[in-house]
Every structure is written in structure tokens, then in C-alpha cells.
Design a protein around this ligand. Structure first.
Ligand SMILES: Cc1ncc(COP(=O)(O)O)c(C=O)c1O
Length: 303
């Protein structure tokens, strides 16, 4: 599906099928790689990135948390992103930046080299599902969220996503779309690739930072909601509280706000609820530049 695309790999645009490393590269065989993902949206002025500056901050922060160094400066990556968007003619889609050790390493665990970088600019497709509007069903995962004392959960490290894969797999086996992790202390955390929000009695609540990814969409919703007159709380949420929520939605840079219509046996209605709908609309206005107040959240990329 993506075979006609070009991938930016360490300074060059290469065909999709040439974007490879050796199976024994440290990045592949030891999962010592990091990534970040952000959405591209069509606007009258051309393709725009949603909070690319924050995503690039997080990409460098992920490397720092893991004691790694990225081989390229931020300005080079910004140019490379624009080049990738143009080369692949992306209007609506996703950018995925991957930092990885391509060096083959049989027994070495610690490398002195810098991280190589690949940038994937991908157009909207069924697989990405960015424009999917169907509500999401969720259940509690039997797998707990990795504890922050074991690896930095705030780093977007590829290895952390084995945890996510297990939760997603068991949810699918039970007939749900997404499995929600609890922390090892028993509080609600997040989905495999989604932050979680709930509404109770008009108050928007989300798990506090510490055990969850420092999501850029989550941060944006927390900044936006009070401006729409919605009270917000970053707090510990017990599973029973989530089960009794008036509204629930998941968020990430791709879907922005994805309403939940079922949690375990309980069906939520109406979906989307009032606050979910308000936030969905507001974010949509921001990414299409209809709401000028947040124009610094949007960066022009490509031509
Ligand atoms: C574990 C996890 N939580 C939350 C998110 C949402 O993050 P963002 O809003 O930055 O896309 C992601 C997305 O990649 C994720 O992997």
C-alpha cells in the first residue's frame, strides 16, 4: 500500500522497499529505537502539522531519557519532514520519525554511536484510519502498564510497545477495540497508543502524568478545555469510576478525539456525549485553521 512512497533515511530520500536495516542491528534485535508520530492536516494554505514543535521536543526528550543521542539537529529534521511531505504529496496523513541504531550488535548492550533517523510521510488510508468515525469499545486489560521504575514510560521507546501489543491483542480476543491498562497500583492509565479521558458531572478527568505517555493531544485538550468553559482534573482514576463515567473518549494525534460507546458490559449513550463533541469540533476547527486563537499549534510544512 505504501510501496510507492519515498522514505527520508539519513539525509537521502530512498524507495520504501530500501528503507531497511540488518536483522542484527541493535535497533531491531535489541529494540533500542525511539519514534514519534504527528498528524498532517489539509488547510487552504497547504498541508499543516499539528504541534510539530512539541513532537520534536518529545523525540529529543525520548533520546535523552534513554541516554541516546540523535545524529541530526532539529533544523535538519524539520527540513527533512518538509522534503518528505513534498516528495510524497501528502495532504492528510501522518509523519513517523524513527531514531534507531543501525549498527549490528551481537552481544553489545551499550553503544556509543548516535541514532540514525528515518522519516515516513504517509497519506491517509484505511490502514491509518485517521478519518474513521465509528465509536470505540474498550475493556480493562489484564496486562498492567509498565512501571516507570523499570523503563522511562515517558520515552516513546519502541520496546515499550510490546506492552501495548499484549493489551491490544487480549482486547481483540475479547471482542473489544482497545484494552485499557491499569497501573501496577490499580489506577486507570491509558490504552496501547491512546490517552484516556472521562467526563463525570460535567468535569473532564484524565489520569495524571507519571505512569502514562506525555501525550501532545492530551496536553492540548487540557489547555483547550478550560477555554471552552470545561473544568478539567488530572487525577488518579479508579476502574469503578471509569465504569460509571457519563462520557469517555480516547485521544492521539491521529484520531484526536475518539468517542467510546462501550466499556466492558456497559453501553454509553448518547455517543459522542456533549463535552466529547464540543472538544471534537474545537480540535477540528483548530487543525483546519478556522480557530485563529490556536494558530501557533499549527506549522506549515511542505509547499
Ligand atoms: C501509549 C500512548 N499514549 C498516548 C498516546 C497519544 O500521544 P499523542 O497525543 O502525542 O499522539 C500515544 C500515541 O502515540 C501512545 O503511544
Amino acid at each position: 500500500m505504501f510501496e510507492n512512497l519515498k522514505v527520508w533515511m539519513n539525509g537521502k530520500l530512498v524507495p520504501w522497499s530500501n528503507a531497511n536495516v540488518h536483522l542484527l542491528s541493535h535497533g531491531f534485535s535489541r529494540a533500542s529505537s525511539i519514534f514519534d508520530v504527528f498528524g498532517i492536516h489539509p488547510t487552504p494554505q497547504g498541508p499543516c502539522a499539528f504541534r510539530m514543535d512539541k513532537h520534536l521536543d518529545r523525540f529529543y526528550r525520548s533520546a535523552e531519557l534513554l541516554g541516546m543521542e540523535i545524529a541530526y539537529e532539529r533544523e535538519s529534521l524539520k527540513k527533512a519532514i518538509a522534503e518528505s511531505i513534498e516528495a510524497n504529496n501528502i495532504k492528510r496523513g501522518l509523519i513517523k520519525i524513527l531514531g534507531y541504531y543501525s549498527e549490528e550488535a551481537i552481544i553489545s548492550l551499550v553503544l556509543d554511536s548516535k541514532l540514525d533517523v528515518a522519516i515516513f510521510a504517509m497519506p491517509e488510508s484505511d490502514e491509518l484510519g485517521l478519518d474513521k468515525t465509528e465509536p470505540i469499545s474498550i475493556c480493562f486489560s489484564d496486562w498492567r502498564k509498565i512501571h516507570p521504575a523499570t523503563v522511562p514510560v515517558e520515552a516513546k521507546a519502541c520496546s515499550n510497545y510490546l506492552n501495548g501489543m499484549l493489551a491490544r491483542k487480549s482486547a481483540k480476543q475479547r471482542g473489544y477495540d482497545v484494552g485499557i491498562f491499569l497501573t501496577t497500583d490499580g489506577y486507570v492509565a491509558e490504552g496501547s497508543i491512546e490517552s484516556l479521558f472521562m467526563v463525570k458531572n460535567g468535569i473532564l478527568k484524565t489520569p495524571k502524568l507519571g505512569n502514562v505517555l506525555r501525550s501532545i493531544t492530551r496536553m492540548s485538550i487540557l489547555e483547550l478545555a478550560p477555554k471552552l468553559g470545561i473544568e478539567v482534573e488530572e487525577t488518579n482514576i479508579m476502574p469503578q469510576e471509569l465504569l460509571a463515567a457519563d462520557e469517555i473518549f480516547l485521544s492521539h494525534t491521529g484520531i484526536k478525539v475518539g468517542p467510546v460507546d462501550r466499556i466492558e458490559e456497559r453501553v454509553l449513550s448518547p455517543v459522542p456525549g456533549k463535552i466529547t463533541k464540543k472538544l471534537q469540533q474545537a480540535l477540528n476547527d483548530i487543525v483546519t485553521l478556522k480557530d485563529e486563537r490556536f494558530k501557533d499549534w499549527i506549522q506549515y510544512v511542505g509547499k
